[in-house]
Write a protein that binds this ligand. Structure first.
Ligand code: ZN
Length: 434
């Protein structure tokens, strides 16, 4: 299994300048390589020879050119500035961009790769651990740059293949891409859970628990909003504006790192506890339609959370089931009760009070339960218990378990390829629906 590990770098002033010079050089090379390819593409297109498009200039022909160019007089400084393999990686990126472009062309889309403007080229990759880079004594030794202080906050497992040095939000980071990362061994669990993503709580579980967005993140977001307002009032092109811009970038970075740390810990708890995890497909369309939810911060937070959940579940060999946001009848997961009753709720209505079966629970709790129910075909235990007590109909829970008319969409990431076992559900008559 491949995995990447990200750490912060602490270069000194000289190294900092050196890294920026490398980025600028890579950007120039990238643009030059793109230009050559673009010119060739136009030439072949004029001659009506589309089959030649992806043959010349190729990655290897550009590599030869690069080699020759480096021998030219006056370019000695460049040779000492950057590792040769890191430069070749730039050509690999150009090649990838063009490869994608030619694939798009076959589909009828013409979007040639764009030139990178000032500050748009942000990372350089060093291949081959041990040759162009190595880690020793809390320093990342980079060829031609030297030992850069690195904060190794966790253990790197597997075999290091490449490192990418990236400038992000005012900091330098090293991202190690590792191969053969061993799977995490955890105790097997047959517990199921449904997860609903939300605004107040980033995740609501079908067992009634929830992960709250921590206070410090919300506080920081308020501070960020203030800082951004300040930035918008500064004079364009001024020195103060730039200062404020850096401040805002640093805040963004801090929020992102703290959020990532928080999410990693929460996701680990979920994966440790539950063997089968169902979650709602996060539809962007739905979010945009919804004014309060369209905040990009919330969107991104949920996206990151889901990404972490699927990668950690995969690492631990847990099963993941993705359920669509609406069922076959177009009813959203938050608009239905486990008894089958359709209960339309506005976003401001935070409790779900079903007139049919009598349950009263927080809205998000019910939505998460519906997710679990649609994924695994059984109502969560709390519901069977609650309905059995309040409605006193022994069949109610059974009815609930059969009402889900829609088939969930599965995306199973369990590595052994096992399919989830759906419980046999008997159909009830149409008159009982709703
Ligand atoms: Zn109900």
């Amino acid at each position: 299994m491949r995995q990447s590990f990200k750490f912060q770098l602490k270069p000194n002033k000289t190294q900092n300048r050196h890294l920026f010079e490398c980025l600028n050089l890579c950007q120039d090379l990238y643009n030059a390589a793109i230009e050559e390819r673009l010119n060739a593409y136009h030439k072949w297109a004029q001659l009506g020879k589309p089959d030649k498009w992806d043959q010349w200039p190729s990655r290897s022909s550009q590599q030869v050119e690069l080699k020759e160019a480096k021998q030219l007089e006056g370019l000695e400084d460049y040779r000492d500035l950057i590792n040769a393999q890191a430069l070749q990686e730039v050509l690999r990126r150009v090649n990838l961009a063009y490869h994608k472009f030619f694939q798009d062309l076959k589909k009828g889309q013409v979007n040639p790769p764009k030139f990178k403007g000032k500050g748009q080229y942000k990372s350089l990759t060093f291949p081959q651990y041990g040759k162009s880079f190595r880690i020793r004594d809390n320093h990342l030794h980079l060829s031609k740059i030297g030992p850069v202080k690195i904060r190794l906050s966790r253990k790197i497992t597997g075999k290091i293949k490449t490192v990418t040095i990236k400038w992000e939000h005012g900091h330098w980071f090293a991202i190690f891409s590792c191969d053969k990362v061993p799977q995490r061994h955890i105790a097997p669990s047959d517990k199921q859970v449904g997860i609903d993503y939300g605004l107040e709580h980033i995740a609501n579980f079908s067992n009634g628990e929830a992960i709250e967005q921590p206070r410090f993140l919300r506080d920081m977001q308020t501070q960020l909003r203030l800082a951004q307002r300040k930035l918008s009032k500064k004079k364009k092109g001024g020195r103060n504006r730039n200062k404020q811009r850096v401040k805002v970038a640093k805040m963004h970075s801090k929020i992102e790192r703290r959020r990532a740390d928080f999410q990693h810990k929460e996701v680990k708890k979920i994966v440790d506890q539950f063997g089968e995890i169902a979650f709602e497909a996060h539809s962007l369309q739905f979010m945009v339609k919804n004014k309060r939810l369209s905040q990009s911060t919330v969107d991104r937070a949920i996206g990151c959370f889901k990404q972490k959940l699927s990668s950690q579940a995969q690492k631990a060999g847990r099963m993941l089931v993705e359920v669509s946001t609406t069922d076959k009848q177009g009813i959203g997961n938050s608009q239905r009760c486990l008894c089958g009753y359709v209960l339309k709720k506005k976003l401001s209505q935070r409790t779900h009070k079903c007139p049919s079966c009598g349950v009263e629970v927080p809205r998000d709790h019910m939505a998460a339960s519906i997710v679990e129910y649609r994924a695994f075909g059984t109502a969560p235990k709390w519901y069977q218990y609650a309905v059995g007590q309040t409605v006193k109909s022994p069949d109610r829970a059974m009815v609930a378990a059969t009402l889900c008319s829609s088939t969930p969409t599965f995306s199973i990431t369990r590595e052994s390829g096992d399919t989830p076992v759906m419980l046999e559900t008997s159909r009830i008559s149409d008159t009982d629906k709703d």
